[in-house]
Ligand binder design. Structure first.
Ligand SMILES: [Ca+2]
Ligand SMILES: [Ca+2]
Length: 299
C-alpha cells in the first residue's frame, strides 16, 4: 500500500512559504492582522474617551436632575451637611468645655486646700490675738496697780502717805475671814492688820470703803482692823501695842461687847456717810467672818 500523503510536511512547507512572504527578504508590507490590531486599539481609545465624557455628562445631568427634580432632597443634604459641621463644632466645644470643667475642678480643690490652710493660720492669729488681749488687760491692771501704789507698794496695795493698804474686797467681794484668818493673810502679804493713828488715815480708809461698799451701813460689810480688847475688856489696843484713847470713832452704841461666850473683842470699820468719824464696831473675833484691811508701812 502506498503511504498516505504527508499533510504535515506540506502544511509546514506552506506556512514556511507564507512566513517567508510576510517576513521575507526586504519586508515590503505591513501584515493585515497588525492593521487589525491597530484598528482595534484606536477603537478602544475612542470608546474609553466616550465613556469618560458620558460619565461626566451623567454626573452633571444627575446633579441637574437632582437640583431640578428634587430640590427638597438637595436642601436636606445641605442641611445634613450643615448639621454634620455643627455637630463637629459642638463636639469640639464639648471637649473644650470638659477641659475647662476639669481645670475648674482642680482649681476649686486647690482653692479649698488654700482655704483650709488660711483657716488654720487665721485660727492661730485669733488665738494669738486673744492671748495678746489677755496680756494687755493684765498689763493695764498692773499699770493701774502701779499708779495706785506709786511704784512703792506690792501689787494690790494702795499707797497713802507713808503706808500701803490692801482691801480684801478689791480682790474678792465674796471671800471673808475671821479676825485671826485676816491677820494671818496680812502677814502672808508682808503686812499687818491696819493701825489707824491719824484723822487723815481714817478719812482715807473710810473714803476707799465708800467706793467699794454701797448700800446700808452694817458691820457685816465692814473690814477687820488691828484693834482688840482681848487682853482686857474695854481697853482697846492696836496690834502695835498703842492703846486707843479716841472714842469718837465708834459708831453709836459701840463697842457693846454684844452676846455671850466672851462677847466682841475685835474692831471692824465701815463707811458712815452720815458721820465719817463714827465708823467702828466691835465683833466676835472667832465667829464672825468679814473683809479685812492690811497695812504695810514704808521702809
Ligand atoms: Ca470686847
Ligand atoms: Ca459691837
Amino acid at each position: 500500500m502506498d503511504d498516505p500523503p504527508r499533510r504535515t510536511n506540506n502544511y509546514n512547507n506552506d506556512h514556511f512559504q507564507l512566513s517567508h512572504k510576510v517576513f521575507g527578504q526586504g519586508g515590503y508590507a505591513i501584515p493585515k492582522y497588525r492593521l487589525l490590531l491597530l484598528g482595534l486599539g484606536l477603537l478602544n481609545v475612542v470608546l474609553f474617551i466616550s465613556a469618560v465624557v458620558i460619565g461626566i455628562n451623567c454626573i452633571t445631568v444627575k446633579q441637574s436632575y437632582l437640583h431640578s427634580r428634587h430640590p427638597a432632597a438637595v436642601q436636606l443634604f445641605t442641611e445634613l451637611h450643615n448639621l454634620l459641621n455643627n455637630h463637629s463644632d459642638l463636639f469640639l466645644a464639648e471637649e473644650e468645655a470638659n477641659r475647662n470643667f476639669e481645670a475648674t475642678v482642680k482649681n476649686h480643690a486647690m482653692l479649698q486646700d488654700q482655704l483650709k490652710e488660711k483657716t488654720i493660720i487665721n485660727d492661730g492669729y485669733v488665738k494669738q490675738l486673744e492671748a495678746l488681749r489677755t496680756e494687755r488687760t493684765t498689763l493695764i491692771n498692773n499699770i493701774s496697780a502701779l499708779e495706785l501704789s506709786c511704784g512703792k507698794c506690792p501689787i494690790g496695795f494702795i499707797h497713802f502717805n507713808s503706808s500701803c493698804y490692801y482691801f480684801s474686797y478689791s480682790e474678792s467681794s465674796t471671800a471673808k475671814k475671821n479676825w485671826y484668818g485676816s491677820r494671818a493673810d496680812c502677814i502672808n502679804r508682808g503686812s499687818a492688820l491696819a493701825v489707824i493713828d491719824s484723822p487723815e488715815e481714817q478719812a482715807f480708809l473710810s473714803n476707799n470703803i465708800r467706793k467699794m461698799i454701797t448700800g446700808r451701813i452694817s458691820w457685816e460689810s465692814g473690814f477687820w482692823v488691828g484693834l482688840t480688847d482681848i487682853e482686857e475688856e474695854g481697853r482697846w489696843v492696836w496690834i502695835n501695842n498703842v492703846t486707843e484713847v479716841e472714842s469718837r470713832y465708834w459708831a453709836d452704841g459701840e463697842p457693846n461687847n454684844h452676846g455671850s461666850k466672851g462677847g466682841e473683842d475685835c474692831a471692824v470699820i465701815v463707811h458712815n456717810s452720815a458721820n465719817p468719824w463714827k465708823t467702828r464696831f466691835d465683833a466676835k473675833c472667832q465667829d464672825h467672818e468679814l473683809y479685812w484691811l492690811c497695812e504695810k508701812v514704808d521702809e
